[in-house]
Design a protein around this ligand. Sequence first.
Ligand SMILES: NC(=O)c1ccc[n+]([C@@H]2O[C@H](COP(=O)([O-])OP(=O)(O)OC[C@H]3O[C@@H](n4cnc5c(N)ncnc54)[C@H](OP(=O)(O)O)[C@@H]3O)[C@@H](O)[C@H]2O)c1
Length: 336
Amino acid sequence: MGYQAADNRYENMKYRRTGKSGLLLPEISLGLWHNFGDKDSKSTQKAILRRAFDLGVTHFDLANNYGPSAGSAEKNFGVHLARDFAAYRDELIISTKAGYNMWAGPYGEWGSRKYLLSSLDQSLQRMGLDYVDIFYSHRYDPNTPLEETMGALATAVHSGKALYAGVSNYDAQQTSAAKKILESKGVPLLINQPRYSMFDRTAEASLFDTLGLEGIGSIVFSPLAQGLLTNRYLSGSVPKNSRAAKNHFLKPTEISAEYLEHAKALNEIAAGRGQSLSQLALSWVLRQPTVTSALIGASSVKQLEQNLATLSSPKLSLEELKLIEPHAIHGLVLKR
Ligand SMILES: NC(=O)c1ccc[n+]([C@@H]2O[C@H](COP(=O)([O-])OP(=O)(O)OC[C@H]3O[C@@H](n4cnc5c(N)ncnc54)[C@H](OP(=O)(O)O)[C@@H]3O)[C@@H](O)[C@H]2O)c1
């Protein structure tokens, strides 16, 4: 059956301005790091993407290496895009990144001009696109001059292969330096993509302040701590089809007694607000005024719908934030 997007798709989603740019992003965006690889069900992928767009999610985030195998998420996304979303390309913000290991040899990772621009061409080819909306340097490269890495992003924008430039996993100082170089080349730094959740509060130290001052947006990844801030593991066991069971990025050992104590306490606070734990976790990251969008993953339509329903909840009160604070423990779980 051909896909026809829901007529009411813009009725309930909220959009925030990305820093001082003209670009609005949905408060919740969908990432394809997991669940869109070779072995994942194509019909579930199709259903998740369609439902997301029907509910106003206009932004899909990818990277060259998402899968597994690396590149397969972009390839699969390209198939869904061509079949379902070709008519809606101008309603979509599609991002990709380069920075982590992608191919053999000295030019397959980090921040050289050679790697970034070759990788962007490969990503466009895999997705069947002429351009992406945002192209990111996926990580800061301490061994390549920042001038070169930012020069590659500027070339991507000037050539029309990307509309905007972004950085991910850059700290406050690196972000300010990147912005300065990009601006000297006539390209604004649109956005930073840091990890941020109740269990990883690194961005609060100085990054958010810097982004606010510099007028740069932020889209925060793993706001559900890869599922730890959901009901997935609250019973203390690891469900067979969960990320902790399937994937080395989240280890069963993270379901510790200490984790369970805090996750259960947070779950009770959520229940007191009529929310699920995942909804509380999303309300919490979205309380930050410098956060443009919370970048979630979902392995089912049900998860996606539950997460998007967060946006109809009331804002967290000062009283609720105080209750949450002792349980929003930075570093409680492994980083990645
Ligand atoms: N820039 C970077 O370096 C970087 C790094 C990581 C991620 N990212 C981006 O951020 C995106 C999101 O990352 P993430 O997948 O780690 O985000 P997340 O939202 O913290 O975790 C998503 C996972 O949590 C579980 N989940 C989600 N909603 C649920 C619900 N309502 N109830 C129960 N379980 C639920 C699912 O895992 P199950 O499989 O267990 O169902 C889902 O795959 C990625 O796709 C990628 O685009 C970027």
